[in-house]
Design a protein around this ligand. Structure first.
Ligand code: 4NP
Length: 155
């Protein structure tokens, strides 16, 4: 059974699809499964935002086949690790936790880089292209550390 990790944002079209693609590119596929979901349900079944697809592509990562999913309480049973992009995602996900023990699976992704500082990955949806580049760079740095940790622990 692979170790399962889910990246969560609000829409599941900008930040978490990038986070999924970047982390998946750094982990061996036979041992890890990386997915993503949104706490909002507007974009179920949709492709990621074209700006996220283009940003990933610049770095050789194809996220165009991803399909939007809605984060539900079932994800707590299915996944071993739940990484959220910002504090509002954190609150929304924690509110769905079936038990206090399950809440321990939930972490802000930038905790990897800035432990204890509660730093958000900003939502780039209403902004310009450079917002997507900034999100990519933050996620790339955070997932470097995260991938090393996961491989050390599980692979
Ligand atoms: P994301 O960005 O949470 O990074 O996918 C958003 C995308 C769409 C919406 C909100 C945030 N929306 O309201 O449709």
């Amino acid at each position: 059974m692979p170790i399962k990790i889910v990246m969560v944002c609000l829409g599941n079209i900008c930040r978490s699809p990038l986070a999924e693609g970047i982390l998946a590119s750094k982990l061996p596929k036979d041992k890890f499964l990386v997915d993503s979901a949104g706490t909002g349900s507007w974009h179920i079944g949709k492709q990621p935002d074209h700006r996220s697809i283009a940003t990933a592509k610049k770095h050789g990562i194809d996220i165009s086949n991803q399909k939007g999913k809605h984060f539900t309480s079932d994800f707590f049973d299915e996944f071993d690790y739940i990484y959220v992009m910002d504090g509002s995602n954190y609150d929304n996900v924690i509110a769905l936790a079936p038990s206090d023990q399950q809440k321990e699976k939930v972490k802000l992704i930038l905790e990897e880089l800035f432990p204890g500082d509660n730093v958000d990955v900003p939502d780039p949806y209403y902004g310009l292209q450079n917002g997507f580049d900034m999100v990519y760079d933050m996620l790339d740095e955070a997932t470097d550390l995260l991938a090393k940790k996961l491989i050390a622990k599980h692979a």
